[in-house]
Design a protein around this ligand. Structure first.
Ligand SMILES: [Zn+2]
Length: 478
């Protein structure tokens, strides 16, 4: 609720599929290549060129349908969506109108620790358009057609979200599922996932308000800002006694505002009709079932398993399960080893995450392997090296393929756990710190911390701190 109004949000999310070739021709589907080099008569829309459907696109879309608990339509067709825009040389986009490949699904999201189910209306396949290039270096606009014919799935949600944080959680969940399925590279900065946002507000108990559709939202944080802006804009209009217009708006993330593009009166009529150059899509049951069997354990299931089986907190389990690389790394460490899952989690969300963020890479792109991390945790647990020395080892093995025992040896990191060696350190420190010894004996227990600290210092950090402490306590009580 915002100022006594209930907020209603629905999202249309476009995800680029990472197939080798485009949806209707054999041109390469790859981002960032020289402009207008990955093109052919089909994707440039030359008259007479005939499209052929890439069956991988159908498989990928069906996988997403399974992951989002959809019904898969075994028979469906493709339709032309007609509109004029300079980035669309054919003047129509091949999409799916009435019957999508997948429909009537749902996905569960977590917001502030609460589970919420969001309905999925449909998932359909379609082709992307080209890209207009604007620059101060030239007048007018240029067009790059490399993106024409890049396969997309459009995932349409029910208007089930009630706040921008729910919308963000929904988008993050979709992204994570796409990564688990390996069907989209999810590079937001390259526009691999984009969304259109539908927003309306109404007083509780009253019918839904008039919605506006916001286009051009290409990051999750922009979606949050755009929704919050739109909610406030609509509430201001209603509070002033006005009426919210049904319209399409464009989100300008730099200025932080949305501007009207067109009203309902001049809404586009896309004149959908069946695509005559493509066959009806018919997928047999065996294939639909085989694709279902390929779905890996998805993030939501992992999340619950991590909490139940390993005792991770919701926050920890979410941070690991939502990232396919982290989750895979975690599973590999924990399966077939008896190290504590909590220790693996602490490394993954602590030093490893810090390294990933600082270098903008995934743990999978480093030289650290699950078996190396397990080895390191075991050595620390055994008391052979301290936690601090463990971090020194970690800093090396994340970038170099060196053996842990060699590092401990060459940097002399091994911890002193030998009682007689520790006792002689303790004797020396106690004899040099009579005041603290007396303080302790007179009830000032925090003197103990100081004495242990002095011993650690004397051992150059190599003394095993817990054994050291035991020895000092024993000596002080003698
Ligand atoms: Zn082509």
């Amino acid at each position: 609720m915002v100022e006594g109004y209930e907020v209603v949000i629905g999202l249309e999310t476009h995800a680029e599929l990472n197939t080798e070739s485009k949806i209707y021709c054999s041109c390469k589907n790859q981002f960032g290549l020289e402009v207008n080099t990955q093109v052919c008569p089909v994707c440039m829309g030359m008259p007479g060129a005939l499209p052929t459907l890439n069956e991988k696109v159908v498989d990928y879309a069906i996988k997403m349908g399974h992951a989002l608990n959809c019904t898969i339509n075994p028979v469906c067709k493709q339709d032309r969506k007609n509109y004029f825009y300079p980035d669309l040389p054919k003047a129509y986009q091949i999409s799916q109108a009435e019957v999508p490949l997948c429909q009537n699904g749902y996905v569960d999201i977590y917001v502030d620790g609460e589970e919420k189910r969001i309905g999925i209306t449909r998932i359909h396949i379609e082709e992307d358009a080209g890209k207009l290039l604007h620059s101060d270096k030239f007048s007018g606009s240029l067009v790059d057609l490399n993106r024409c014919g890049v396969p997309l799935i459009e995932i349409v949600s029910e208007p089930d979200m009630r706040s921008s944080s729910e919308a963000k959680a929904y988008l993050e969940t979709l992204k994570s599922i796409l990564q688990y399925l390996g069907i989209c590279d999810c590079k937001m900065q390259e526009g691999s996932i984009r969304c259109d946002v539908n927003v309306s507000v109404h007083k509780p108990g009253e019918p839904f308000g008039t919605r506006s559709e916001m286009k051009n939202v290409n990051s999750f944080s922009a979606a949050v800002r755009g929704i919050d802006y739109e909610v406030n804009r609509q509430i201001e209009i209603l509070k002033a006694g006005g009426k919210v217009e049904q319209e399409t708006r464009r989100w300008d993330d730099q200025k932080g505002i949305s501007v009207s593009m067109r009203s309902k009166e001049d809404a586009q009529d896309y004149r959908y009709f069946p695509e005559p150059d493509l066959l009806t899509i018919v997928v047999d049951k065996e294939r639909i079932d085989a694709l279902k069997a390929e779905i890996p354990e998805l993030p939501n299931k992992k999340l619950i398993r991590y909490i139940k089986e390993y005792g991770l907190s919701l926050k920890e389990a979410t941070a690991i399960s939502e990232n396919v690389d982290k989750a895979g790394f975690f599973d590999e460490c924990v399966n077939n080893s008896n190290v504590s899952p909590k220790s693996v989690c602490n490394w993954l969300l602590g030093d490893i995450a810090k390294y990933e963020n600082a270098n903008n890479i995934s743990v999978r792109d480093t030289l650290l392997t699950p078996s190396k991390l397990v080895e390191l945790i075991k050595i620390i647990d055994s008391g052979k090296i301290s936690n601090a020395a463990g971090k020194t080892v970690f800093d090396i093995i994340i970038t170099k393929d060196e053996s842990i025992s060699d590092i401990i040896e060459s940097k002399s990191l091994a911890q002193i756990s030998d009682a007689s060696a520790l006792e002689s350190i303790a004797d020396e420190v106690l004899s040099q710190n009579e005041k603290s010894v007396n303080d302790y004996k007179n009830g000032k227990t925090n003197a103990l911390g100081f004495l242990v600290g002095q011993c650690m210092k004397a051992s150059k950090g190599k003394a095993n701190p817990s054994i050291m402490k035991e020895i000092i306590v024993k000596k002080l009580s003698e």
